[in-house]
Design a protein around this ligand. Sequence first.
Ligand code: HPA
Ligand code: ZN
Length: 324
Amino acid sequence: MLPKAELHVHLEGTLEPEDLVRFAARNRVELPWQSAEQLRAAYTFTGLENFLSVYFQGCRVLRTREDFRELTLAYLQRAAGQGVRRAEMLFGPQAFLDHGIPVDDQVGGITDAIAEARETHGIDGALLVSAHRHRNEADALELLELVRPWRDRVLGAGLGGAERGNPPAKFARYFAAARAEGYRTTCHAGEEGPAAYVAEALEECRVERIDHGYAAAEHPDLVARLAGDQVTLTMCPLSNLRLHVTDDLTTYPLKRLMDAGVPVTVNSDDPAYFGGYVNENYAAVTEALGLTETEVKTLARNSFSGSFAHPEEVRSLVEELTGS
Ligand code: HPA
Ligand code: ZN
């Protein structure tokens, strides 16, 4: 129950099989799976793109403002139960816009749940919109237009989706536009893609945080730069295992990066698909790498200092952790 922040979780990836089946029935959406058990059995992935095809099928069942509210509330309740004080949740409206679902219903439902969870569970939720990199930059720029009416309820902008062949630089103007509107910025890089994408996200897109950053570990110059500039990496060990980014957590670079001074954090990515929420991810790396209690506390501290929360809030969360 160590107090912590979760900085890398896709709301769509928190859709548990039971809820997926329930939403499909209530919205009359046909699925290639008949039950939650069948769904779970289908959750073996060959890689990121194979995973994304299943994930986007799952997205089809989310239709109404109430669906988005329930999805978000269920995640925030569960996260609060794992000691999460602050959750910065990525969400990709483009898949739902394709199905004719208005952005008002999507963001409205999510932000209703954030307000409710703050009251009921004492957890501070924040929303980051995420553009799909397998689409073009014009679509990403259009996404910023579409969420503009909700500008004060959206904290940041990110980039996810199929990484290989879709380098960050393709979205340099998207990130520039996001920054100009005052959004905090983060970019998936170095998950399946090369370390060069991590450097590119920093140099060409000037993002504040890197989601994953796994590939950076093999490049000493880049590691030194991440440490020097204190760029937070939001790593996701169970995701990386399930998507074959790594095949063995005993060699996972998280501790090496931490020892080199990079502010690394532990996160769940798509917990309903990858077999664990944030605490299962902490447990997996702690066990595989033999992390000490002090190192685990450093990970939790990094999650607060790497968050996009107000500095006053960061300070009070770190104080809570220090006293725990
Ligand atoms: N990588 C890229 N895009 C994603 C992921 C991921 O792990 N999960 C959901 N969208
Ligand atoms: Zn992700």
